[in-house]
Write a protein that binds this ligand. Structure first.
Ligand code: NAP
Length: 255
């Protein structure tokens, strides 16, 4: 039996990249998926692909930096799809934003998901949250000025690193707080992945080669490779795994 048969997942940032791959992966393993994104059209496009796989699907316009909207999105998922078993707390922005914008989405947005989903999951008998952190949640980024266009973007890089370290901390804190209530909380820490977020850097002269050189495997990752690990962490095979921040990074963090 597929491991998510009869289960329901909410995926944030589902309109693109890693979130879209997560939604399709969970659907392929039997879950009904609410596809949420600030980009409503992107969410709808992913939901259409989820439905093509024969899974129950919904699309939702959601800005995760609004606590009220996130709480309402969780309730909407329950009322539309009949429950909530998994939250993929994945939405995020890259390094090109201000401190406030980056913290608002990448840290506050993850916190709101944990704050409202964990008690819901506990009350309904348990579940799992997977936060999308980053290698930037495990250490500093390498020479950011050399591939982000110079010091002008450094505020965004600093905020990105701070937010992702915060996501790893929240992963551990909520795992401890909800450990006896049947709610597991883990994080994936991707290296550089081929998604629209990394497109500007990949398209810059020498950008791809530079990024590839940071990964001992010698290439960038694909969104499906992150989604596979996230699905494992959310599923029954990871029943004794909680509070983990798992690199999915081609060896980046092993150096
Ligand atoms: P992506 O392709 O840009 O997808 C991110 C999605 O999130 C987009 O559809 C984006 O919409 C949406 N989004 C942005 N702000 C939002 C908000 N406030 N509320 C809801 N949705 C929002 O990027 P990705 O690479 O898949 O990134 C997904 C996650 O992985 C992020 O948390 C990112 O930090 C993390 N990550 C990525 C990499 C990488 O190399 N790609 C590495 C490590 C970690 P718009 O396009 O309209 O902004």
């Amino acid at each position: 039996m597929p491991q998510f048969d009869g289960k329901v997942a909410l995926v944030t940032g589902a309109g693109s990249g890693i979130g879209r791959a997560m939604a399709l992966r969970l659907a392929g393993e039997g879950a009904g998926v609410m596809c949420a994104d600030v980009d409503e059209q992107g969410a709808q496009a992913t939901a259409a692909r989820v439905a093509e796989r024969g899974a129950r699907a919904g699309a939702l316009a959601l800005d995760v930096s609004s606590e009220a909207a996130f709480a309402a999105g969780l309730e909407h998922t329950v009322s539309e799809l009949g429950g909530l078993d998994v939250l993929m707390n994945n939405a995020g922005v890259g390094a090109g934003f201000t401190w406030e914008q980056t913290i608002g989405v990448n840290l506050n947005g993850v916190y709101y998901g944990l704050k409202h989903a964990c008690p819901m999951l506990a009350a309904s008998g348990g579940g799992a949250v997977v936060n999308t952190a980053s290698i930037a949640g495990l250490g500093a980024l390498v020479r950011p000025g050399s591939y982000t266009g110079g010091p002008g973007k450094l505020e965004g890089v600093n905020a990105y690193v701070a937010a992702k370290h915060g996501v790893v901390g929240l992963t551990r804190q909520f795992a401890v707080a909800f450990g006896t209530q049947g709610v597991r909380v883990n994080a994936v820490c991707p290296g550089y992945i081929v998604t629209p977020m990394t497109e500007p850097v990949r398209n810059a002269e020498g950008g791809s080669e530079f990024l590839e050189s940071l990964h001992p495997i010698g290439r960038l990752g694909q969104p499906e490779e992150v989604a596979a690990v996230a699905a494992f962490l959310a599923g029954p095979q990871a029943s004794f795994v909680t509070g983990a921040a798992l690199p999915v990074d081609g060896g980046y963090s092993a150096r």
